[in-house]
Ligand binder design. Structure first.
Ligand code: HEC
Length: 306
């Protein structure tokens, strides 16, 4: 019963949320401060009260039954007839639910088929089963009206779409609250800012070393990023575009999908600062020789301090 109440409460709140704004908090996000909390508290107390009253009633009823039973025993004794106890509530309920043929009347429904001593009886379906069956039909009718005709509650697909919409809205709000710097590649200018290069190095080490090696010297997968030969052009603009858009069919992922524009810029600056570092055992040049657009000499000093 209590579980049912909780379920009902959950249903009510989720239905309310569905009907109103998608990202409104549900009851369970903050039950104590929810506007309906007092109502639910009162309902819970009423429920506990009802359960207690029921318990007391059951105990009283049992005591009363003991008295009645004693009176019947005395009466039987006075009349000199054997005392036959009345069937208990449970056994009569069981009989009502199963409506089974008593064992002594089984021959009445024997169908005359016997196999290895197992006899076939012409039993009807037990009432509990029939009521369950009728119940499911009733439930289906309610379900169809609630979900398909009246649209009182959302279908699973709508629930999913609402959640996606709510998440999208939450995402947009979050993004709006922390605006991401928009990077204009055309105006992007390299500068050997220690903080940017440090961030860039971290991003490089976290994402790029598997294919370009820790020092950018390249390996069997990715090209050398420290030389003056470039497949997709040198210079901040080209490198930013390569990192951001990738060359997926050639095995270079599009990092703009995984990193924020600022992170792409930071790692681009770091890659740019690698030029001319001549790491040992670097991969042979690939692409075209591009006029060295070497970063300002100060980046060497900054790099040394990272
Ligand atoms: C899964 C392997 C892989 C990872 C990880 C990877 N790259 Fe690449 N990268 C490549 C391949 C392969 C190429 C060559 C693409 C081609 O042949 O066109 C490439 C090319 C490049 C180029 C162009 C080089 C040139 O000669 O023009 C740059 C710049 C670059 N990667 C930077 C990065 C950065 C920065 C990261 C990390 C954020 C990264 N890569 C992560 C595989 C990878």
């Amino acid at each position: 019963m209590k579980k049912m109440m909780l379920l009902l409460a959950g249903l009510l709140t989720s239905a309310a949320v569905w009907a109103q704004e998608p990202v409104q908090k549900t009851f369970w996000d903050d039950p104590v401060n929810h506007p309906s909390a007092p109502l639910y508290a009162v309902l819970t107390f009423v429920l506990i009260g009802v359960v207690l009253v029921l318990l007391v009633a059951i105990v009283l009823l049992r005591a009363f039954n003991v008295l009645v039973e004693q009176a019947e025993k005395d009466k039987a004794k006075a009349l000199g007839v054997p005392y036959v106890p009345r069937p208990s509530f449970w056994s009569s309920l069981k009989q009502k639910l199963n409506n089974s043929v008593p064992i002594e009347h089984e021959q009445d429904i024997d169908m005359g088929h016997s196999f290895d001593g197992i006899r076939e009886l012409d039993n009807h379906l037990p009432p509990w089963w029939k009521w369950l069956f009728i119940g499911t039909i009733g439930w289906a009718a309610i379900y169809v009206v609630v979900f398909h005709f009246s649209a009182t509650l959302p279908l699973s697909i709508e629930e999913y779409q609402n959640e996606v919409a709510a998440a999208e809205l939450a995402k947009q709000r979050l993004l709006a609250s922390q605006p991401e710097a928009v990077i204009d590649v055309e105006k992007l200018e390299y500068n050997a800012d220690a903080a940017i290069l440090k961030k860039g190095q971290q991003i490089f080490e976290g994402n790029c070393v598997a294919c370009h090696r820790k020092d950018g010297g390249g390996n069997t997968i990715g090209p050398n990023l420290t030389d003056t030969y470039w497949l997709h052009g040198n210079g901040i603009k080209n490198i930013y575009t390569t990192v951001n858009g990738g060359f997926v069919e050639k095995g270079m992922p599009a990092w703009g999908k995984a990193l924020s524009p600022t992170e792409v810029r930071d790692v681009t600056f770091f890659v740019f600062s690698l030029q001319g570092t001549n790491p040992p055992n670097a991969k042979a040049p690939q692409g075209e020789l591009v006029e060295p657009v070497a970063p300002q000499t100060d980046s060497v000093a900054v790099r040394a301090s990272l």
